[in-house]
Design a protein around this ligand. Sequence first.
Ligand code: GAF
Length: 389
Amino acid sequence: MSTQNLENGFKKIYHQAPAHLYFAPGRINLIGEHTDYNGGRVFPCAISLGTYAAVTSRADDQFHLYSANFAAQGVQVLTLGTTEIQTKVGNQWTNYPKGMLRYLMEAGAQITHGLDVYIEGNLPDGAGLSSSASLEMLFGKILASEFGLQVDPLDMVKMGVKVENQFIGLNSGIMDQFAVEMGKQDNAVLLDTNTLAYEHIPLKLGNYVIVIMNTNKRRELADSKYNEHRRECEEALAQLQTGVATPTLGALNKETFDEYAYLIQSEPLLKRARHAVFENQRVGEAITALKQQDLAKFGRLINASHMSLQYDFEVTGKELDTLAHTAWQQPGVLGARMIGGGYGGCAIALVEKKRVQEFEVAVGKVYQEKIGYAADFYVAEIADGPRQL
Ligand code: GAF
């Protein structure tokens, strides 16, 4: 989106020019899915699609919030010092900025006046590219810049997670906010969610690009199912802990897991735990493959991740499976898999640059025939984290 469009959007709503413009990216995850709340590793990167904001200070204590993506809701007004700042209302998009505002103020931030804020995002909504983490980290950036707050990036990440867990009620892990906040152009970030140690790793994909494939299926069931899968992982861990001392599933290697898996008392729990342990191991193997420039192996590990999410973790569904399995059959494709929570949203594929167009046509045709509506495709550009424009 051009800054001109953003400024014009702001002017239409607030009848003056904005003082500052901001952007926060969305994210994709290369490998390490459903490992972040199991003490495992993840390997995501920020992308150039994301959420934009135009902002001007107000003299009073009101926050005026408008999103072009939810234009029908009009301008929402929040007054500092009232309970409306602290209260979640339904599924409104303003819950995310509200949550950030609330927790930053509880942490001691001096918010001395209101703001006029215009938001416009180009992340497809509900597509699993972390539009909510993008909005949280965007708002964190706005508040930090507008009020001169010194917030450590990791604290900002944790605040976003707190908004999800405590304000919104989704028991998500740390990956999405971390990926958005720590984004670095042409790099992915390897995060150990056990220790929070992280490392940026350059993504040298040679003649290949990452194509994002959007199922256009909304993740309606995703939130309740997400919390349920997380509970299943915790139950499986508790059963393993009756025989082996391990703080998390992510701390187990495949061999130890196999030795003690008999302690898990049901097949679904066994499958959830097996995914978490094996997926975490695959992240390590994928990093080695990438560092050795063995993209073919990197691609096969991505495929294995999808298989495990389909058969063991059971979070894919026919739309994501159709995209991944069809992608695997195309020439010039090294790997493909679903990303994010699952049940809908997006998948990614590692595709030879010169074949991207034929890839999109071929996969798009099969998807339309099997699913009955179209998928969308975007070539991912790996981008920096939140910033003032
Ligand atoms: C969602 C969550 F928000 C993340 O924390 C992560 O668990 C992901 O699903 C699955 O890997 O995006």
